[in-house]
Design a binder for this molecule. Structure first.
Ligand code: SIN
Length: 512
């Protein structure tokens, strides 16, 4: 029998200690909040690793409508335009809230923001803090702000294992910590657990990011959206370290070029060249690698000896991998970086389950469509952290009764699914591979073992990927290389996903 943590009854429970979760907790103060985090605050979050900054149309030459154009173009026809307008409009407010929380953004000699440029942005509009160490600088400031806030309690080293519901509304969170299982009775839960890149062998995400919110919310009955859209960053540092260190797009923004081991600059002739949308660049690099070539980011002419000063974090990461960023071309490869899909959420962060909010990468608000514009993710995390908190502040805690506790939960382990996901759900997909992935994942997703949750997330991504018979944004099908004239966002529940998977596995078995 699980302990009931009465001391947190009526607290707002936030699962995840990255940027979105901490912003929400700070905004809710002085309302009592408990943050449940797998590791130390920000320790297992992608926010802390972010090298890109916050995209915000704050420059004199920029407007939210130019930012809107770029976001819609990157999203390749699947953004929810109203959500995009609404989230981008709060960029100024989010940057100001971060400054109030102690973040010091980089400024030029005149005191203005020092805007950086990234792919597919028509203006320099990326604000950084600590240059290419932006995620670390932001999360450090927020950790200090959270520590100073007595209304926020922390449960670190604790996994969320189930969102409990009664009559279709949230009634509590089941957790697993060092001392065993327990339940926090609460009618208001926020999931801010990040993405699903940890399902892949080559990823820039913390390896523990395996789409926990997708599993928790789906089992509680929530609708999921856009799951097939996984963004691969074109230039992760090709080395043995995991997760793979990122070589920010900002390096290409400063003029670095992509070459193969024959010295060919293979992006010449492609619209946008090295600063084409990242799905285009990822596919071009993947095609080179498939031909047996190696690929390098060459910053020798653009930055040379100035590399270390401009990109100190990347310089250090290269150095640790035995590469001299000033004199060597940097070996790169695509890596899973961001999940556009997640739990369907509106622009208040509400999911389809009463009492369950989902924010940051875990959510699918429609901001990113089929492909996220660089540096829109920290922006979304900050804006939606504030929005969800404001929405929650307007609700009352309900008395909850607890029933239907899950038993025998164990910590998730994605090692058995990574090879399947990496092989069949990578940069290029096709029907046979997807069917075989689904056939391998289905029994794992129905098992009681440690692979169960990561296999379920991967399975649902696989089902969404097989159902989208076109190539759009980050979803590329070699058997359906064209874009359909009309396409919509995809929505799926757990029952629908499992029913599709059962049907596909039956067909696969019959045709084998
Ligand atoms: C980068 O710095 O290239 C990553 C930025 C992002 O993913 O938004």
């Amino acid at each position: 029998m699980s302990d009931i943590l009465e001391e947190f009854r009526d607290h707002v429970v936030i699962v995840g200690g990255g940027l979105a979760g901490m912003m929400a907790a700070l905004r809710l103060a002085p309302q009592p909040v408990v943050i449940v985090s797998r590791g130390k605050l920000a320790g297992g979050s992608s926010s802390a690793l972010a090298q890109g900054g916050i995209a915000a149309a704050l420059g004199a030459d920029d407007t939210p409508s130019l930012h809107l154009q770029d976001t819609l173009r990157a999203g390749d026809g699947l953004c929810d335009e109203a959500a995009v307008r609404s989230i981008l409009a709060d960029a100024h407010q989010a940057v100001a809230a971060l400054e109030r929380a102690g973040v010091s953004f980089d400024r030029d000699a005149t005191g203005e923001f020092a805007f950086g440029l990234e792919a597919a942005h028509q203006r320099r509009r990326i604000v950084h803090a600590g240059g290419d160490g932006t995620g670390a600088a932001i999360t450090h400031a927020l950790i200090c702000a959270v520590a100073a806030q007595s209304s926020i309690s922390l449960l670190e080293g604790v996994e969320a294992t189930a969102v409990l519901t009664a009559d279709g509304s949230v009634s509590g969170l089941q957790i697993l910590g060092p001392t065993g299982e327990a339940v926090i009775p609460s009618s208001r839960i926020v999931l801010a657990t990040g993405g699903a890149g940890g399902l892949y062998e080559a990823t820039t995400n913390p390896l523990g990011n395996i789409g926990q919110a997708i599993v928790l919310a789906a089992r509680a009955g929530a609708i999921l959206a856009d799951l097939e859209f996984v963004q691969f960053h074109p230039t992760a540092l090709a080395c043995s370290r995991r997760p793979l260190p990122l070589v920010s797009e900002a390096v290409r923004g400063e003029g670095a070029i992509l070459i193969n081991d024959l010295g060919d600059r293979f992006m010449v002739g492609v619209e946008g060249e090295e600063l084409a949308p990242r799905d285009v660049v990822s596919r071009a690099i993947a095609a080179q690698l498939a031909q047996g070539r190696r690929v390098f980011l060459d910053a020798r002419s653009a930055l040379g000896a100035g590399f270390a000063a401009r990109f100190p974090t990347i310089h250090r990461l290269c150095h640790e991998a035995g590469i001299d960023s000033a004199h060597d071309p940097i070996p790169v490869r695509p890596a899973a970086h961001y999940h556009m899909g997640g739990v369907a959420a509106d622009i208040r962060g509400r999911s389809s389950v009463e009492g369950l909010w989902v924010i940051g990468e875990a959510a699918a608000t429609g901001l990113h469509g089929a492909n996220r514009l660089a540096s829109n993710s920290l922006l979304e995390a900050a804006v939606m952290g504030l929005r969800a908190a404001d929405d929650i502040s307007g609700t009352l805690s309900r008395n909850v009764s607890l029933g239907g506790l899950a038993t025998g939960t164990c910590a998730a382990d994605a090692s058995a699914v990574r090879a399947i996901v990496s092989r069949q759900l990578g940069v290029i997909r096709e029907r046979c591979g997807l069917q075989s992935a689904i056939a391998s994942l289905l029994p794992l997703a129905r098992s009681a073992g440690a692979s169960r949750d990561p296999a379920l997330t991967a399975l649902l991504i696989g089902v969404a990927a097989i159902l989208r018979e076109e190539s759009r944004g980050a979803h590329a099908r070699s058997d359906f290389p064209e874009k359909r004239a009309r396409a919509d966002r995809s929505f799926l529940t757990l029952e629908e996903g499992l029913a599709h998977a059962d049907g596909l596995v039956d067909n696969f078995a019959r045709s084998a």
